[in-house]
Design a protein around this ligand. Structure first.
Ligand SMILES: N[C@@H](CCC(=O)N[C@@H](CS)C(=O)NCC(=O)O)C(=O)O
Length: 226
């Protein structure tokens, strides 16, 4: 497999799980910040010249190619360092459970709810729709985690990198975690990992700088509708 050279992120956005995965496996990559409004990198290049879809995360590989889409990026990072056990081996039933969870987080939590709730361009009825359906979607992993610490059982995987981020940011989009003690405990459990402390210490100052520049909203939990 080609070694990655750069990881493209916007602080605390959906690229956070990939950043977390890199830190979990101790992968040395250059972290490149993409300005979420202008799409410019800190060196002035337009990110869309590297990843034309303009979305993060993306990984540049040594052969000059670029890998996008969280499901691919997360599994690529895990497969680079199999000893870190962030993904079950290919061909095993557990690998398909991993893909099942990554796909669920990506399509049912991230894009269906979180992307809409964090978009400044979503019309109010769309935001209301995203918020009203969120409880049903978040209840699914909540039930699953009542009996096990991680999505695949007792082993932390890249699916947990993704779900952890989704649950961590949910209250900032107006989704209260109050109904789900299992999700609150899950976030607290994963927050103890050194990779999380490190990822937050790298991304929080970048996020605060964006807030100061007015390109990101202040970090404040949004009260759910009464
Ligand atoms: N399908 C992509 C979506 C990633 C995504 O939504 N990224 C957001 C940040 S949370 C983004 O970069 N949005 C900016 C844009 O799409 O222009 C994936 O699974 O990685």
């Amino acid at each position: 497999m080609e070694r990655p050279t750069d990881l493209y992120i916007s602080p605390l956005s959906g690229s956070f799980p990939a950043h977390l995965a890199c830190l979990e496996v101790d992968l040395a990559v250059r972290v490149q910040r993409v300005d979420r409004k202008t799409k410019l990198l800190d060196d002035g290049r337009d990110y869309r010249s590297i990843a034309p879809k303009g979305a993060v995360p993306a990984l540049s590989l040594e052969d000059g190619s670029v890998l996008t889409e969280s499901a691919a990026v997360l599994q690529y990072i895990a497969d680079l360092v199999p000893d870190a056990n962030l993904a079950p081996a290919w061909g095993t039933p557990a690998r398909y459970r991993l893909i099942e969870w990554i796909n669920f987080v990506s399509t049912e939590l991230h894009k269906k709810h979180l992307s809409v709730l964090f978009s400044s361009r979503a019309p109010a009825p769309v935001t209301e729709w995203a918020l009203s359906g969120a409880a049903a979607s978040f209840a699914h992993p909540a039930r699953h985690l009542e009996t096990q610490p991680y999505l695949l059982g007792h082993t932390f995987t890249v699916a947990d990198c993704y779900l952890f981020w989704a649950v961590l940011v949910a209250p900032y989009g107006g989704i209260s975690l109050e109904p789900w003690p299992s999700l609150r405990a899950y976030v607290e459990r994963i927050q103890q990992r050194p990779s999380v402390t490190r990822a937050l210490s790298l991304e929080m100052p970048l996020y605060r700088a964006e807030t100061a520049a007015g390109t990101a909203p202040p970090l404040r939990p949004v009260a759910p509708p009464a």
